[in-house]
Design a protein around this ligand. Structure first.
Ligand code: SAH
Ligand code: SF4
Ligand code: F3S
Length: 434
């Protein structure tokens, strides 16, 4: 039995699905209970300090399990392990950890695990070879919606961000490999495919073939079938009119654009090395709204970047009011040693940043509530995803990525249904299957 715990973003989820694919082929079953496991593996995230602290705490707690079951293999992988200071700390202070490997070593996992079992020695493999993995078995968590990585790594070096250091240089999979995988998923009955990359808009850079992300989308969209196509993440600096036109004209692409702006202040955007201004961002949004009726917009925001003043923060507030995002992923800036922003003076207190953060959440709650209320009475085509264990309702997702809860039989999970929206509960809708 293997107990796999995944932290962080969808990229890590997709990597864990590959590790599970290998383990499944080797005859492993999976458990959520670490006590029952022969292999405990944490796939870690380094994006914020808090994420790292959680992992260190949870790894520390494995010491007792190892004492009770000395034969269990304890393995750590993912973005944290690509930082030398972290791997060194694990090596010195957590001697019960048997295997450590980085984001570049996924396709070597079977060999590493086997060697660890046979030799019993600790193995640390965190070399940086910018691999692209093809022909790796994938055991997806769900049978009707799944992630499909189209590219790995990131070359953008936003000044706050650790990802380019732990995921290596940007590299795209061939369109042939991506399209073949999409086709296989659709034939296997998948109803939702999400193309993944840190900056999907620069897909194709460095490939022998001459292809843009929009062209890749069009070729997948041309595959026959009843499915919805999503993608993330788009970087505003590379978000073209061609991409928006492609969404507007497509048959399968969701009417949703996740376009992180991070800050509403051009001064802070420059310090973040984002390479677009507030005005450029707003002009993309205007174009998207004009071309895609009812487009649903979401974004990521960082509050309290070094040098940000309350006036800068107010520009973020005014931007979210102007755009009217359906939902936001909001973060308080976290200093990541090794990134350029970590060297900048940061004078605003955590308490003050916390107040700004609360103000941001409150403002967004009002916007989302207004957006959701305006949908009451409309009919939406949704994908039924899962039971909400708390209230027994089925949780469904609209094309615009909004959750609708309905009372219905769980045999509908994994199917598309038409739902009449009857009620808005802040950012979640309630409805009835028609
Ligand atoms: N590639 C994606 C984002 C990946 S990280 C993009 O560029 O949009 C997801 C989000 O985490 C980022 O959009 C950012 O909002 C947040 N984030 C990244 N580094 C951070 C840091 N040091 N502190 C706080 N939030 C951070
Ligand atoms: Fe990080 Fe920027 Fe790359 Fe996104 S685009 S992963 S925020 S460096
Ligand atoms: Fe975290 Fe790595 Fe993703 S740092 S957010 S798991 S790319």
């Amino acid at each position: 039995m293997a107990c796999i715990h995944t932290y962080g973003c969808q990229q890590n989820v997709a990597d864990s699905e590959k590790i599970k694919g290998y383990l499944h082929l080797a005859g492993f079953d999976f458990t959520d209970n670490a006590e029952d496991a022969d292999l405990i593996l944490f796939n870690t995230c380094a994006i914020r300090e808090h994420a790292e602290d959680r992992v260190f705490g949870n790894v520390g707690a494995l010491k007792n399990i190892k004492r009770r079951h000395p034969s269990v293999t304890i393995a750590l992988c993912g973005c944290m392990m690509e930082q030398k200071v972290v791997a060194d700390r694990i090596y010195k202070s957590y001697p019960f950890v048997n295997l450590v490997f980085g984001t570049h070593a996924i396709s070597r996992f079977p060999e590493l695990f086997y060697n660890q079992l046979v030799n019993g020695r600790r193995i640390f493999d965190t070399c940086d070879d910018n691999a692209i993995y093809e022909d790796v078995p994938t055991l997806r968590d769900k049978q009707f919606k799944g992630w499909l990585p189209v590219m790995y790594g990131c070359d953008n070096f936003c000044s706050y961000c650790i990802v380019p250091y732990v995921r290596g240089r940007e590299r795209s999979r061939s369109s042939e490999a991506v399209i073949a995988e999409a086709r296989a998923m659709i034939e296997a009955g998948y109803k939702e495919i999400t193309l993944l990359g840190q900056n999907v808009n620069s897909y194709g850079k460095g490939l022998d073939e001459d292809i843009t992300f929009s062209e890749l989308l069009r070729r997948i969209d041309a595959i026959e079938g009843d499915y919805i196509l999503r993608f993330m993440t788009s970087h505003p600096k590379d978000c073209t009119h061609e991409l928006i036109d492609t969404i507007a004209e497509s048959k399968h692409i969701s009417k949703h654009l996740h376009l992180p702006f991070q800050s509403g202040s051009s001064k802070i955007l420059k310090a973040m090395n984002r390479r677009y201004t507030r005005e450029k961002y707003l002009s993309i949004i205007d174009y998207a709204k004009s071309k895609i009726p009812d487009v649903s917009l979401t974004s990521d925001i960082i509050v309290g970047f070094p040098g940000e003043t309350y006036e800068d923060f107010c520009e973020t507030l005014s931007l979210i009011k102007e755009v009217e995002f359906i939902s936001l992923f909001t973060f308080i800036y976290s200093r990541r040693p090794g990134t350029p922003a970590a060297e900048l003076p940061d004078v605003v207190t955590e308490e003050e940043k916390g107040k700004w953060f609360t103000e941001l959440l409150k403002t967004q709650e009002e916007i989302a509530a207004g957006r959701c209320k305006s949908m009451v009475g409309s009919t939406e085509r949704v994908l039924v995803e899962e039971i909400n264990e708390k209230n027994g309702l089925l949780s469904c997702r609209t094309s615009g990525n909004i959750i609708v809860e309905v009372q219905a039989d769980d045999s509908l999970i994994g199917t598309f249904q038409n739902v009449r929206i009857t009620e808005a509960r802040n950012w979640i809708l309630r409805g009835e299957v028609i």
